[in-house]
Ligand binder design. Structure first.
Ligand SMILES: *Cc1c(COP(=O)(O)O)cnc(C)c1O
Length: 362
């Protein structure tokens, strides 16, 4: 007889990662998971290779040297940082530590899918705040939160839309949330943003004891394979996360590579500059062939397709896949007419533009 999990667990639809292959195509171009097309810092790779000589050893369970390196580079306190097996693990741990069945969890309509999984795993009640133009609305989030939200998740910038809230808007959101409500600001793409009114909420997390900022090594640092993320918050929150995390949740090669990566400012800047140029190129070219593109501050663009037969997002996805160009369909996000395209290497981006030009003209 099958063993029964907690109520709600079997309602969870497992997360579908971006596809990695295109049937029948030998070397497809993967532009479906917002990975860094420039790879990672050569210094991180070197540190990872050196770590291969220490695979018999347990890592430092507190990842102290990594936290110190992050603290130094970001101007933070090492004892207010916790590292995780991807920022994803930290999001899961927050659910485990702070949610009870029936608690209210709020996110924006097209927010990152993982937040829903976190809520469902804890049996929490999930409320989605409507967006206008694929952009989070502070008023809608506050209305959804009401006076009893336990956690509000905000990806800023958001994936898959690429849009953001200004520093002023996030502060207004925080000010309007009920007391005792945890605000999680997921800044997975913060390092890419290049607009004057965007602000990281690290200073807010320093001032308050109810707000946490998460960051990742998977995007600009190009270490998605190693699963490494971190969060910054009040010591009371970090203490809680340290109690619920696994004792060795971050592995040794990830710690060593992460230390080298966070110190390699040059690689980070090179990645950001490349991305700026390529997102601008994709936005301009794709608009030029009549597609609607949501303005993005991330390392990807959201492309909206017509609903005309033969020209839909699903048709475009098939057309691109047949040419070895893998993008992300957004049906699970309730955006069936859109595809998300990661800004890749310049030559790959050109291939996507050429293919979509052909697709739209056909
Ligand atoms: C990619 C991404 C992350 C990073 O997840 P990791 O577990 O650190 O790889 C977190 N949040 C959002 C919104 C993302 O798009």
């Amino acid at each position: 007889m099958p063993v029964t999990p907690r109520p709600g667990i079997l309602d969870i639809r497992p997360y579908t990662p971006g596809a990695a292959d295109a049937p029948g195509v030998a070397n497809p171009v993967k532009l479906s998971s917002n990975e860094n097309p420039l790879g990672c810092s050569p210094k991180a790779k070197e540190a990872f290779e050196a770590a291969s000589k220490k695979l018999n050893l347990y890592p430092d369970g507190g990842a102290r040297k990594l936290r110190e390196a992050i603290a130094e580079v970001e101007g933070l306190e090492a004892d207010r940082i916790v590292c995780g097996c991807g920022s994803d693990e930290i999001l899961q741990l927050l659910g485990r530590a702070y949610l009870e069945p029936g608690d209210k969890v709020v996110q924006s309509e097209y927010g990152f899918l993982v937040y829903r999984l976190v809520a469902m795993t804890s049996g929490a009640h999930f409320v989605s705040a409507p967006e206008t133009g694929c952009r989070a609305s502070v008023d809608a989030l506050l209305e959804a939160a009401g006076d009893d939200a336990a956690i509000v998740f905000l990806a800023n910038p958001n994936n898959p839309t690429g849009t953001y809230l200004s520093g002023e808007e996030v502060r207004r959101l925080r000010a309007g949330l009920p007391e005792g409500c945890l605000l999680v600001v997921d800044e997975a793409y913060a390092e890419y943003v290049d607009v004057p009114d965007y602000e990281t909420m690290l200073p807010m997390a320093r001032e308050r004891d109810d707000t946490i900022v998460t960051r990742t090594f998977s995007k600009i640092h190009g270490l998605a394979a190693l699963r490494l993320g971190w969060a910054y918050a009040d010591r009371s929150i970090i203490d809680v996360l340290n109690r619920v995390r696994g004792p060795f949740n971050v592995n040794l090669p990830a710690i060593d590579a992460g230390i080298a990566a966070i110190r390699d400012i040059e690689f980070r800047e090179k990645s950001a500059a490349h991305n700026r140029e390529q997102v601008a190129y994709l936005t301009q070219q794709l608009r030029g062939i009549g597609l609607e593109i949501t303005p993005s501050v991330g390392n990807f663009v959201l492309i909206h397709f017509p609903e005309t037969t033969g020209k839909t997002a699903a048709d475009a996805d098939r057309f691109l896949t047949a040419r070895g160009l893998i993008v992300r369909p957004l049906v699970p996000y309730n955006l069936p007419n859109a595809l998300r395209l990661t800004a890749g290497r310049a030559d790959d981006n050109r291939k996507v533009v050429d293919a979509l030009t052909e697709f739209m003209a056909a």
